[in-house]
Write a protein that binds this ligand. Sequence first.
Ligand code: ADP
Length: 487
Amino acid sequence: MKVLLVSSEVAPFAKSGGLGDVAGALPKALRRRGIDVRLVMPLYAGIDWNDLERLEGVLLVPMWWGTARAGVRLGRLPGSDVPVYFLEYHRYFDRPYLYGTPEEGYDDNLERFTFLSRGALELCKVLNFIPDVIHANDWQTALAPVYVNTVEWGRPLHGAGTVYTIHNLAYPGVTDGGALFVTGLGQQHYHPGEFEHFGALNLMKAALRHANVISTVSPTYAQEIQTPEYGCGLDGELRARRGDLFGILNGIDAEEWDPASDRHLKHRFSWEEPEEKEAAKLALQHEAGLPIDPGIPLFCAIGRLVDQKGFDVVAHAMDRLLSWRMQLVLLANGDREAEHHFAVLASRHPERFRAWLKFDAALSHRLYAGADFVLVPSRFEPCGLTQLYGLRYGALPVVRATGGLVDTVHSYEERTGEGTGFAFRDLTPDALINTIGWALSTYYDRPEHFEAMRQRAMRQDFSWGRAAAAYEDLYREAYRRRRGHSL
Ligand code: ADP
């Protein structure tokens, strides 16, 4: 099976979120299943160009203003032979950010990612790599399945099944309707059956209409996005295609995130040899400047300070939480006001609360390793990684029951002791406080349950192997729908 995966980010070359992780990890697992998968992404500033092989010739990419003459460089996903083709076009990608400053996206994003989507297909032709399946992701490459059905009509690429994956529905790629010409598609495509959505151009909508199959990153999120509450205005579209919509949980990079061999940790442990977990906790208390005491339950919270992550609800709960015998460490950045709020709280309660308001990957490993619990109060969560790292490192997740959090955390059953974490439904300070109280009482009053849950949590398998098998099935389904017969 031949698969082209187009993505605007691929870890470790360029990453702003979960999309980059998926695009960097899934292909390696697909490759182990014998699939000929190749990646196409932009050559951004900051990527180490010297390590990449410059392919001969120029790639001609049709654009609204004429033909872009692009370079192509070839690299491999680290630790594998999966080819990654980098489209080199400095006018679009030699910039400090992937999509724009933290405040706003670049004005020409539609043009930049038109180039990527169209360029990826042109590249297949010059390489004579005719994929059985083309896998596009999020708004940035939403045009790929549309081109397969339009400009490639009647040509070899038209035979490829198309898969479109939503990593976060909250970013659909919306712009002014008059901008459709930038994609090279005529205004006849601007209607509610394709690009037009409530008076604007919506890239995701077009992909949802054109792709053979649609997926998202957890089964629960796949259901939720069909409702007005989570649908970001596209729930009707998603309901209309519910028979073609699948949820596949992301995996984690089991080598990067292994408490038994983690290079960021001084104290390493595993479910078979958990003894050093306590040393990791004491080290974290020390690093955080909190009282060092193995008997005080230690919570951590890690994430972007944006609406999605629900830290505003934590802020409202802080006064009560900080009156209890527990400790909380926060590693987060984003909204300036929220940062300020947490900084002030931390200075007022140095014996209970420490806030690091920055992005620090190495530190995040030490938090997962040292904490007893990880707090994930998301408003919505397509899949979520922090709870998966928490499980693997023996920090039991306390989660809002939404999206991927439902699919990965089994809430505690007090009667039987079953479960791997604690879940609540209502996103309110009271619900959060009650659930943290429930976790604390389990820690203090039912330590045998707590320890058994921790063991169970650390033994779970969230590797990419399982996800890759599911994607392979999805690819076969997309091909079958396109061709009318199996691959
Ligand atoms: P999202 O992609 O919506 O941000 P995920 O839970 O899927 O949420 O992934 C977040 C990832 O980013 C996790 O690996 C988490 O550890 C990491 N992360 C988030 N904020 C920080 C931070 N301030 N410092 C270090 N790592 C962070």
